[in-house]
Design a protein around this ligand. Structure first.
Ligand code: MN
Length: 241
C-alpha cells in the first residue's frame, strides 16, 4: 500500500523572501510512515483547493501569532508578529479540510489556526489576559525536547490513546492559547493552570491540535511519536476511524 502524502504548511521570511520549515516536522512524518510535502503560503485560493485534493492529510505547523481580527478582536500591544500570507492560506486549508473530512493535525500555531478557522478565539497573550488565576511559564527556556509542564488528558480522547495515561508532560513554546473553543471541538488536554493544550473533534476522521511541539520530543520520548502515527494511519485509511 502506498504511503499517504501529507501537506505541511510553511512559514514566510519577509527579510530573505524565502519559505521555511523546521526539518523536525517532516522528519516526524517520515518516521510515522507518511510522505511529507511542503505547502507554500500561496495567495491563490483556487490553488489551495486543488492542492488539498492531492493530499491525504494536512499538518499545520508552528509559527507566528494570528492577526487577532481573524477572531473578532483588535491586535493588542502584546500580540506578536503576524504573517498575513500564512493566516490566509492556513485558515483556508483548515476550513476546507474540515469541510472535506480530510485528516488535519495542528501543532502550536496550528491548533490556534484550526480553532480560529472553525469559529473559536485565542488569548492574544496568556500572561496579560489570564489574570483571574495564576498561570505557568509556557515559553520555556530549556532544550526544545525537554518537557517543562504537566498536562491532564481527558477520557475518550485520542490524546489518551497517544500517551496511555491521564497525566503526562510536554514542552511549551507559546504565549497564546485557545480561549473559546470552536463549535464541534472539545478539550482533550489542559495544563495545571487550565490553559488548553489539546483539542479534538469527534465528528471527523481526524481533526486535532496540540499546543506543544511533539516534533522536538519523539526522539527522547518514543511515546510522543504515537500522535504522528495515529494521524498518518488515519490519512492512509480515511473513513474507517
Ligand atoms: Mn504549554
Amino acid at each position: 500500500m502506498s504511503k499517504p502524502v501529507i501537506g505541511l504548511s510553511s512559514s514566510y521570511n519577509y527579510d530573505s523572501g524565502s519559505m521555511n520549515l523546521n526539518s523536525e516536522y517532516y522528519k516526524a512524518i517520515i518516521k510515522a510512515g507518511g510522505i511529507p510535502v511542503v505547502i507554500p503560503p500561496v495567495e491563490e485560493m483556487e490553488l489551495l483547493d486543488e492542492l488539498i485534493e492531492k493530499f491525504d492529510g494536512i499538518l499545520l505547523t508552528g509559527g507566528p501569532d494570528l492577526d487577532a481580527r481573524r477572531f473578532g478582536e483588535q491586535n493588542m500591544p502584546f500580540n506578536g508578529s503576524i504573517s498575513p500570507e500564512r493566516d490566509n492560506a492556513e485558515i483556508y486549508l483548515a476550513k476546507r479540510a474540515v469541510e472535506y473530512n480530510k485528516p488535519i493535525l495542528g501543532i502550536c500555531r496550528g491548533v490556534q489556526v484550526i480553532n480560529v478557522a472553525l469559529g473559536g478565539t485565542l488569548y492574544q497573550d496568556i500572561a496579560s489576559q489570564v489574570t483571574e488565576r495564576k498561570v505557568m511559564k509556557h515559553s520555556q527556556e530549556a532544550p526544545r525536547w525537554y518537557p517543562v509542564h504537566d498536562i491532564h488528558i481527558k477520557n475518550d480522547t485520542r490524546a489518551l490513546k497517544w500517551f496511555g495515561k491521564s497525566v503526562s508532560e510536554v514542552n511549551s513554546f507559546h504565549h497564546q492559547a485557545v480561549k473559546d473553543l470552536a463549535p464541534g471541538f472539545k478539550v482533550a488536554a489542559y495544563a495545571d493552570d487550565g490553559i488548553i493544550e489539546a483539542i479534538e473533534c469527534d465528528d471527523l476522521d481526524f481533526a486535532a491540535g496540540v499546543q506543544w511541539h511533539p516534533e522536538h520530543m519523539w526522539r527522547q520520548r518514543p511515546e510522543i511519536l504515537n500522535m504522528f502515527t495515529d494521524f498518518v494511519e488515519c490519512c492512509r485509511r480515511p473513513g474507517i476511524h
